[in-house]
Design a protein around this ligand. Structure first.
Ligand SMILES: C[S@@+](CC[C@H](N)C(=O)[O-])C[C@H]1O[C@@H](n2cnc3c(N)ncnc32)[C@H](O)[C@@H]1O
Length: 300
């Protein structure tokens, strides 16, 4: 598997060697260092100002060396305290785990936090720019030696045989929600709105690789669909755990969780960052409520 992925430490070098055309596309951005964001420099695009104000919530190390972002990543990266919670949660549930696969890895918000906890983290994204950001940000966090990156669309990569042959302990994915309109409807339809495929196909594509799966989804996701897909793909007695994810008291989304070790774990890990600790005193960053899919069996 290693050969199919680009090691984050040598991302530019390997890309240049293996795919000159792709490298050529990135070269101007690399030469100008134009994706680098320094903490004190406000983006020229004023629509990004509201995200820039919270830049330290996304990557706390932005102050030391700057970090790498594209326009899309400003509103897509998982905030660091939340990403750190997810990584700590998996570590607490699966202390023996070694390998995490982060599908839709974006700018590395989750990949980096997983790499702080686990020796091998694989990231997949169909944006070369985003993979470059992940590799560069991983260097800032000094975890690039633990990260391998794969370029391409998940709908194609998930069919590649080598993924089924490796032992991935847990898959994490923060799929695109389809833009800011996701809150316009009371209930978010996970079959028609989630990209690049509906929840059934997405979960099916991942279950071939690991039974332990965590999906970061909109807060208004249709929980009935989660219950249905769980029963359909895993059987009547299977469970899906749902955690409500908060940052500074604001509900940011939910995580849907499958796999015995992750579902049956009773008490969540303590938050680790200073920010989390202070949040914890007022309001938990992640509300650890669980809703097994079978909940709907019991309550109709
Ligand atoms: C919500 S962002 C992920 C953010 C990431 N978790 C982070 O913290 O930086 C979704 C990512 O999915 C990628 N993406 C969208 N469609 C994809 C597809 N079909 N295959 C692979 N990646 C895709 C986008 O390029 C984007 O980087």
């Amino acid at each position: 598997m290693g050969k199919k992925f680009y090691h984050a430490s040598h991302f530019k070098h390997t890309l240049k060697k293996r795919s000159h055309n792709r490298y050529k596309r990135l070269e101007p951005l690399i030469k100008d260092d134009s994706l680098r964001i320094l903490s004190h420099v406000k983006p020229t695009d004023s629509s990004l100002t509201k995200y820039w104000r919270f830049r330290k919530n996304l990557f706390s190390k932005i102050d030391s060396n700057g970090i790498y972002m594209t326009h899309e990543l400003w509103f897509s990266v998982t905030p660091e305290s939340i990403a750190s919670f997810f990584a700590n949660f998996v570590r607490a549930c699966m202390p023996e785990a070694q390998v995490i696969l982060d599908v839709f890895c974006g700018g590395g918000g989750n990949t980096i936090q997983f790499a702080k906890q686990f020796p091998k983290v694989y990231g997949v994204d169909f944006s070369l720019e985003h993979l470059y950001c992940t590799a560069q940000n991983a260097k800032v966090y000094e975890v690039d030696d633990r990260i391998w990156l794969k370029y391409g669309p998940w709908e194609k990569i998930c069919h590649e045989k080598y993924l089924e042959d490796i032992k991935v302990d847990c898959i994490f994915a923060s799929p695109p929600w389809g833009g800011p309109n996701y809150l316009k409807k009371d209930i978010y339809d996970l079959e028609t709105n989630l990209q690049p495929m509906g929840i059934t196909k997405l979960l099916e594509s991942m279950l071939k690789i690991s039974k332990n799966i965590i999906l970061f989804l909109p807060r208004n996701s249709d929980l009935t669909q989660l219950a249905n897909v769980t029963r359909k793909l895993l059987g009547r007695d299977a469970k899906c755990r749902v955690l409500y994810v908060k940052e500074n008291g604001h509900l940011k989304g939910i995580v849907a969780i499958w796999g015995d070790a992750l579902v049956s774990y009773e008490s969540g890990p303590e938050a680790t960052t200073e920010k989390d600790k202070s949040c914890d005193e007022q309001d938990e960053p992640v509300q650890k409520e669980t809703i097994p899919a079978s909940f709907y069996d019991m309550d109709g």
